[in-house]
Design a protein around this ligand. Structure first.
Ligand code: CMC
Length: 432
């Protein structure tokens, strides 16, 4: 049955169609609104705006549900790997054993960067922010088409398969190289014998004379962190990838822009901000009560980083998994981190405080992910880069979906203008 809504404005009533998603989500289709009424909608931050129809990720923020292609995040966290989950997101279903083996082969094949990249990396100052390097280098991949001697897939789908696999693979090499550059260390080539995550850790931490072999616990922990970040429907960076993609910019340019959006502390940069906040609280000897008091005071300029979410208004299922994982990983590695205690105390106090309860503020994915990354040796300035590696499958899947339905429409929101009305140009000698 078709459902409609009616809108009355200036004595005129129009009927607007209501679209229903497979999980019962409802949307008012306002695509004809301006043409029929002269009105636009005003929705700063797009909190009530559906920008697309998607089959990739489902979130129910009230119930704390997150599913990739219908599969609950808890099941993927338990049984899947980052690379399998990437395949699932991008290609729409779980891969068969043969498909997964082929995917892993292609990821390994694409891991090295063109030698010319080294010169690009050398052009950055040694302490350049790794997110800036990452964004620039992802974009630079557009300048390096695949080698002409590679087996060229003949179909468009095959072409996209190779390009997207190349990006998933190379983003980790770029990330590792940006870290090596920031430390003034020599670049380490990928090792074709190592799988995706162990290979990344090798490129990050090996020395020319000593190969770094990551323990299975470390590889599993990083697998989990990346997998939990792999997609989150129309968040800030994904929407950026779609907006850029909507102008028919290529996959690399769209994902490079998404890296920029992810960088900010209200989005992916929150994982760095959480760690800095926990360190500040710990080193400054602030109690959980004092910190919560500060966070509640709008004049303090202090927010409880890693808390709150635009969509989750009950709990963030990723944070639940990561909280448990933080305990486990630190235990397995024999790491004692006082910041974990600070985080636990803050969470406990915040969750029983009316300010946080009334505003439905809960720990988000970034609250515990930094503690895990720190325990496995990832430096703080690389946390958001790790988020970007994790989110790459999501950006790619969303870009692919946007282009697949043949109805690519350039993103071009409108505005309500509140500036000067017509004003005449004043010659410079008449200005005060
Ligand atoms: N600490 C203290 N107060 C907060 C916090 C916080 N972390 N988050 C929201 N509030 C308050 C805010 O001051 C406002 O209060 P009032 O109604 O009195 O003005 C109310 O809660 C609503 O906040 P908002 O900023 O309007 O909510 P939003 O949906 O626009 O923002 C958010 C969501 C995630 C940007 C915000 O909660 C925040 O800044 N959190 C800290 C940064 C963070 O952890 N970001 C990572 C998000 S999860 C990873 C990702 O997907 O990127």
């Amino acid at each position: 049955m078709t459902r409609n809504a009616t809108l009355t404005f200036d004595g005129r009533t129009i009927v607007l169609p209501v679209i229903e998603g497979s999980e019962g989500e409802l949307a008012l289709d306002i695509s004809e609104l301006r043409a029929r009424t002269g009105l636009i909608t005003l929705d700063p931050g797009y909190g009530n705006t559906g920008a697309c129809i998607s089959k990739i990720t489902f979130i129910d923020g009230e119930k704390g549900i997150l599913r990739y292609r219908g599969i609950p995040i808890e099941q993927l966290a338990k049984h899947s790997t980052f690379t399998e989950t990437a395949w699932l997101l991008i290609h729409g279903r779980l891969p068969t054993r043969t498909e997964l083996a082929h995917y892993r082969d292609r990821l390994t094949y694409h891991a090295p960067l063109h030698e010319a990249f080294k010169h690009h990396f050398e052009g950055f100052l040694v302490d350049a922010p790794p997110m800036a390097i990452l964004s620039a280098m992802v974009n630079t991949l557009s300048c390096f088409p695949r080698h002409s001697n590679e087996a060229q897939p003949t179909t468009e789908e095959g072409e996209f398969y190779e390009e997207s696999t190349r990006l998933i693979s190379k983003v980790r090499t770029i990330a590792a190289y940006s870290y090596r550059r920031s430390m003034g260390l020599p670049f380490i080539y990928p090792d074709p014998k190592l799988p995706y995550i162990a290979n990344f850790l090798h490129m990050m931490f090996s020395m020319p004379y000593e190969q770094h072999i990551a323990s299975p616990e470390v590889v599993d922990a990083l697998n989990l962190v990346l997998l939990l970040h792999a997609d989150h429907e129309q968040n800030c960076s994904t929407s950026t990838a779609r907006v850029v993609g909507s102008s028919q910019a290529n996959l690399f340019a769209s994902c490079a822009a998404a890296v920029g959006a992810l960088w900010g502390p209200l989005h992916g940069g929150a994982n760095v901000a959480v760690l800095e906040m926990l360190e500040q609280i710990h080193e400054g000897g602030l109690s959980a009560e004092q910190s919560i008091k500060l966070a509640k005071d709008p004049k303090s300029g202090f927010r409880l980083m890693g808390f709150g979410h635009r969509v989750y208004k009950n709990f963030d299922p990723r944070a639940v998994i990561l909280k448990e994982a933080a305990d486990k990983v630190l235990g397995q590695l024999g790491v004692k981190d006082p910041l974990l205690d600070v985080a636990r105390q803050l969470e406990e106090k915040a969750l029983s405080d009316p300010f946080f309860i009334d505003r439905k503020l809960y720990p988000n994915v970034d609250f515990y992910s930094g503690i895990i990354m720190r325990a496995i040796g990832i430096p703080t300035n690389m946390f958001t880069v790790m988020f970007a590696i994790g989110r790459m499958p999501g950006w790619i899947a969303q870009w692919k979906e946007q282009h697949a339905d043949g109805k690519l429409k350039i993103a071009r929101p409108r505005q309500i203008y509140i500036g000067n009305r017509r004003t005449e140009y004043l010659p410079i000698d008449q200005r005060k």
